[in-house]
Ligand binder design. Structure first.
Ligand SMILES: Cc1ncc(COP(=O)(O)O)c(C=O)c1O
Length: 498
């Protein structure tokens, strides 16, 4: 028998194999294997991954180069102050919440917030109010419910004087843009800062048709963006901005942001990762407008091409492509399917042709084009789609798929009913029960399909009958698991109510 290779490193092996397969990736990170990088960056990644030395700079103690990079980021995104981060939007959200709310205030946060919000309130044991998002007519291009209603927000802020900040998301994982301005106005009338998780919107500032929807242009005070999701930056690269107005009015203090960042940031944040956010800013300034126009044109042409091929075929094709709409990012490409199970099958089949996507849910595939992609890449995707979907009949499962969207909307549109704070549950013994046996118990762990990483049920929430009904619909479609990790109601009663 051959002796085991002492240098066997299974994780590295896996990465090397994935790299060798060189798929066309419509997913994060947005640098598309370094296609939009200067050659010396791609070639010297190892040499450039170095600790803080007198020759470099330090994210924990900014020197001249980092300060200049942050100033340029503020100019590019129209902020009063900006910070480059190497810990993703997750670090940005933690920092923004701590800076704006402190340790004793209350955070109002929309129900459809990314899990980073849940992590933050759990880690800080922070009081919070979950804002339900009103259900809208199920629409395959806008699957998540609409943004929080300004009047509802106003009522909540009147009722709870402990609230110190509001956290919303725009755009979301599917590219839906929230009307931030009226919500910012409500917050400001109450003298509160609005925090916006714009993890998916770092590119908005560079695209003429999206610029006005930038959270900062819409009045947000603290804005978090993942550079690695849509810009040519390394995984983990992110930005945190404070608006000029927030600094002038004192709604946000830069010193509080710095103090909060100092508490969350590790002692060795990667300067290389942050430097790629700096590069991405510069590259986007020169290239983004033209690249965006090419991608948008190519996607529209692909829609026409597939529609044409279908028109010639005897059967109607089973997929549809997202179209521009006023409240959607046209650079978030969605492919809708009409049969249950087709999204998983199509994602796997594309993978077999060397084309990887970001994720799929029960009804749609989500693709993140990189600004380094061009019409040729979209054409290659089109060839694969034409081949893989030719001859498939349009599905008859539309009602089931719509029911899935409604269930999703129902879960995010609910008023919260917490038995205890999520932070009280992380080490409480719990057991997994089938959905059918869970009514009346308390969720011990979040139910959080990933992606998009939005908790449908937060730890500490009572499991009501309608929650189980909606989760069962999603479980049936393969979106959420078919069981819940629960603590018994009696045990939870011993914990404080929120
Ligand atoms: C809406 C939203 N916010 C925040 C995050 C966290 O971003 P990061 O991975 O940069 O920490 C994500 C990640 O997917 C997200 O989708």
């Amino acid at each position: 028998m051959k002796p085991p290779d002492p240098l066997f490193a299974p994780l590295l092996d896996r990465l090397l194999a994935a790299g060798a397969a060189a798929p066309l990736g419509f997913h994060m990170p947005g640098h598309a294997a370094g296609r939009a990088w200067p050659p010396e960056l791609a070639a010297r990644l190892a040499a450039l991954d170095c600790t803080e030395t007198p020759l470099t700079d330090d994210l924990n103690a900014p020197g001249a180069a980092l300060e200049a990079a942050c100033r340029l980021a503020s100019q590019a995104w129209g902020a009063g102050r900006s910070w480059l981060l190497a810990g993703g939007s997750t670090l940005g959200i933690r920092t923004a919440v701590l800076a704006a709310v402190g340790r004793h205030g209350t955070l109002a946060v929309e129900r459809g917030a990314h899990q980073a919000a849940l992590q933050t309130v759990s880690l800080l044991n922070l009081p919070f109010r979950l804002l339900p998002q009103p259900a809208v007519a199920a629409d395959w291009q806008r699957p998540l419910p609409a943004a929080v209603d300004p009047e509802q927000l106003d009522t909540l802020l009147r009722q709870d004087p402990g609230i110190r900040a509001v956290l919303l998301t725009s755009p979301d994982y599917y590219g839906r843009i929230a009307p931030v301005r009226p919500l910012a106005d409500v917050c400001h009338r109450h003298g509160l800062p609005l925090l916006v998780d714009a993890a998916h919107g770092a590119h908005f500032a560079y695209i003429p048709e999206l610029k006005e929807y930038c959270a900062l242009c819409q009045g947000a005070d603290l804005v978090v963006q993942s550079a690695h999701k849509t810009l040519p930056a390394l995984t983990g690269a992110a930005l945190l901005h404070v608006s000029r107005e927030a600094l002038e009015t004192g709604r946000v203090r830069a010193s509080a942001v710095e103090a909060a960042l100092g508490l969350w940031q590790g002692s060795s944040p990667s300067l290389l990762i942050a430097a790629t956010a700096d590069w991405a800013r510069a590259w986007m300034t020169v290239n983004a407008g033209e690249r965006a126009a090419e991608l948008i044109r190519a996607w529209a042409a692909l829609g026409e091409r597939l529609a044409g091929e279908r028109a010639r075929a005897p059967v109607v094709g089973p997929i549809r492509l997202s179209r521009p709409a006023p409240d959607r990012d046209p650079l978030r490409f969605l492919i809708g399917c009409t049969q249950v199970g087709d999204t998983a099958r199509l994602a796997a089949a594309l993978g077999g042709q060397g084309i990887a996507i970001e994720f799929h849910d029960h009804r749609r595939l989500v693709l993140l084009p990189s600004f380094a992609h061009g019409a040729g890449d979209i054409g290659r995707l089109g060839d694969a789609l034409a081949e893989l979907t030719a001859g498939l009949a349009d599905g008859e499962d539309e009602p089931r798929l719509v029911a899935g969207d409604r269930a999703w909307g129902g879960l995010l549109g609910r008023e919260a009913d917490f038995a205890c704070h999520p932070s009280q549950l992380f080490d409480v013994p719990c057991r997994r029960l089938p959905l059918g046996d869970s009514e009346g118990a308390v969720a011990a762990r979040a139910v959080r399909p990933y992606p998009p990483g939005i908790p449908l049920l937060w730890p500490g929430e009572q499991v009501a009958a309608e929650v189980l009904r909606d989760l069962a619909v999603l479980a049936d479609l393969g979106v959420a698991g078919d069981g819940l990790e629960l603590v018994k109601t009696g045990q939870a009663a011993g914990l404080c109510r929120v």
